[in-house]
Design a protein. Structure first.
Length: 196
């Protein structure tokens, strides 16, 4: 299974400007994760394998800005054999008869290390957009409707609540947004290949 992660961190910088009723934004020290959208399509990977391509966009907020791992964070709690070696976890579930069941073969390797980016400014919260590119062989991904579940750990090993995506029609190609709206390709465009 080939997987790739592209992470774009936008660190919030709060200016110390006071308005009559204004105040600095504050967030919980416990991290939170929210599904924003997914671009989903069938394509071919670099080795010529048929895959289900998913470009998942999340928003992650951490009130004290200590989310993320440096490349050298590989000992102690963050050693490769620790449950905290990765800090972003994604589970894929199939929806069948109104119930969600984890797709174990699909989900078992969907864990990632979000890199650390030190917050700047007076307020130390971190607000980041994270993009995860996932490519799963089509033989493991033959489902009509799926849902993602997400959670993250910060550097203090605080775990976020589990967040859920909306239902995603896995056989369609296009973008599904967090509110369940979508922008799918027209049938004659569905054969177009995604650039790798």
């Amino acid at each position: 299974m080939v997987k790739e992660i592209k992470i774009f961190l936008f660190v919030a910088v709060v200016l110390t400007v006071f308005y009559a009723c204004g105040k600095l934004e504050t967030y919980s020290e416990l991290p939170s994760v929210e599904f924003k959208q997914v671009y989903i399509a069938d394509t071919v990977d670099d080795l010529g394998n048929d895959v289900k391509f998913q470009d998942i966009t999340l928003e992650i907020i951490d009130g004290d800005g200590n989310l993320g791992l440096n490349a050298e964070d590989t000992v102690g709690n963050f050693s490769p054999d620790s449950q905290y070696y990765n800090n972003l976890f994604i589970t894929v579930c199939e929806k069948r008869n109104g119930d969600y069941n984890e797709l174990t073969k699909v989900s078992k390797n969907l864990c990632y290390r979000i890199p650390y980016k030190a917050p700047i400014g007076q307020n130390k919260y971190l607000k980041a957009e994270v993009k995860v590119d996932v490519r799963i062989p089509l033989g493991y991904f033959d489902y009509d409707t799926i849902r993602y579940e997400f959670f993250v750990y910060d550097r203090d090993l605080n775990k976020s609540d589990v967040a859920f995506s909306c239902d995603i029609p896995a056989r369609r190609h296009g973008i599904v947004f967090s509110d369940g709206t979508y922008s799918f390709f027209k049938d004659d465009e569905e054969e177009e290949e995604i650039e790798n």
